[in-house]
Design a protein around this ligand. Structure first.
Ligand SMILES: *Cc1c(COP(=O)(O)O)cnc(C)c1O
Length: 386
């Protein structure tokens, strides 16, 4: 079996090049430029390399291709690819947390993760504290704390944590630090280089980028991934070879797509900020955003996600029905611009009190700015807000 973790060049390859070449499974039989697909669920045991290959062991070549590419992009040693972002997150938490353990989570988590922590994790006897900022995380730590978990930028308010500061906090206490890097992507931000232990992604979003696949990934040191794999084999949430091949194709254009996402979102954020129908725009690239300084120091681009609040919350439905290019839908990170109302979508399972605490008002609109021509997106919003 011929593999290329990275093409041998004598110098470290840059992210745009890694997106395309890192991890490719070179097929000596055909000399094809793309990794072949290995659909088998039955492999000779042991095979030529003495390995027992099986999709649920996360070691089919297509799974390894995507894992190597993402490890290279996130500057980790290894990775594990899952059937969804939630499969990656739940497997990670259930593997590294045991009854009696305590974990600290950021207060405005992705709704699905928040739901998992409050409804599932607590039922397993894991105690969870939600903390709003770096100081609250430090204050929440106990002798039984095993894990600190953040998202930066966060959904849907785009708040950013000082990643290096949280990493330092975890290091000092010997606590595993985990970050959901879905919104930033490895093109805009590399938390492992800033000291974090573990990066998780919903690969459903920017990594695949075409709104046609569910996947998740965990990137970390080889030792952490080895321990995670022990749990993951039991939980069984792997991604199959065909889906891995599709994800590999999506990843090849990640850097190219992110460049346009960054540009378009910056343009739309500035446009909305000047618009009289909008009272607030949440985008870390704006100097007015409370996290701007932190974001500017740790991100190479500010990403494609933004949210904004309408002056009249009663007009959100009108806005969504008037749009002609921007598509009202759940999810994010695809090539097409998607718009949704977090209080009715990603955060609908939270109680009203939980939503208010998280700062998710009824007039808040979340926009995943796609890679269309930014002028068309701006014109679409202008006519819908008029
Ligand atoms: C979508 C999302 C998830 C969950 O991923 P799925 O692929 O839907 O399971 C987790 N975190 C963030 C930030 C997300 O946007």
């Amino acid at each position: 079996m011929s593999q290329s973790a990275q093409p041998r060049t004598g110098h470290a390859l840059r992210p745009d090049t890694l997106c395309i070449h890192a991890g490719t499974h070179l097929d000596p039989a055909t000399g094809g430029a793309c990794s072949p697909i290995f659909p088998s669920t039955a492999f000779a045991y042991p095979n030529a390399t003495g390995e027992n290959i099986y999709p649920r062991y996360y070691n089919v070549p297509n799974q390894r291709v995507v894992a190597r590419k993402l490890a290279a992009l996130e500057q980790g040693e290894d990775a594990l690819v899952f059937g969804s972002g939630m499969a990656a997150i739940s497997t990670l938490l259930l593997t590294f947390l045991k009854p009696g353990d305590h974990a600290v989570f950021q207060a405005d988590l992705y709704g699905g993760t928040q739901h998992f922590v409050t409804r599932e994790l607590r039922a397993f006897g894991v105690e969870a504290t939600f903390a709003r900022d770096e100081a609250a995380i430090a204050a929440a730590a106990r002798p039984t704390t095993r894990l600190i978990y953040i998202e930066s930028p966060s959904n849907p308010l785009l708040r950013c944590f000082d990643i290096a500061a949280v990493a330092k906090l975890g290091r000092a206490r010997g606590v595993l630090t985990v970050i959901d890097n879905t919104f930033a992507t490895p093109i805009n931000q590399n938390p492992i280089a800033l000291g974090f232990d573990v990066v998780v992604h919903s690969a459903t979003k920017y990594l695949n980028g075409h709104s046609d696949l569910n996947a998740g990934v965990v990137v970390a040191s080889a030792e952490i991934i080895r321990r995670l794999a022990e749990g993951a084999i039991n939980h069984g949430g792997m991604l199959d070879a065909h889906a891995c091949a599709q994800l590999e194709r999506g990843l090849k254009t990640l850097a190219l797509r992110m460049q346009r996402h960054n540009e378009n979102a910056g343009r739309i954020a500035r446009f909305l900020q000047e618009h009289p129908a909008v009272v607030r725009v949440n985008y870390p690239g704006l100097a007015t955003h409370p996290s701007h300084a932190v974001a500017a120091a740790q991100m190479r681009g500010f990403g494609g996600m933004l949210s904004f609040e309408l002056a009249d919350p009663g007009r959100v439905d009108q806005l969504l029905t008037r749009l002609r290019v921007i598509f009202p839908a759940l999810s994010l990170g695809g090539v097409e611009s998607l718009i949704c109302i977090p209080s009715r979508t990603s955060h609908r399972t939270l109680t009203l009190a939980e939503r208010q605490q998280a700062g998710i008002s009824e007039g808040l609109v979340r926009l995943s700015v796609g890679v269309e021509d930014g002028r068309d997106l701006q014109q679409d919003l202008a006519q819908a807000l008029a």
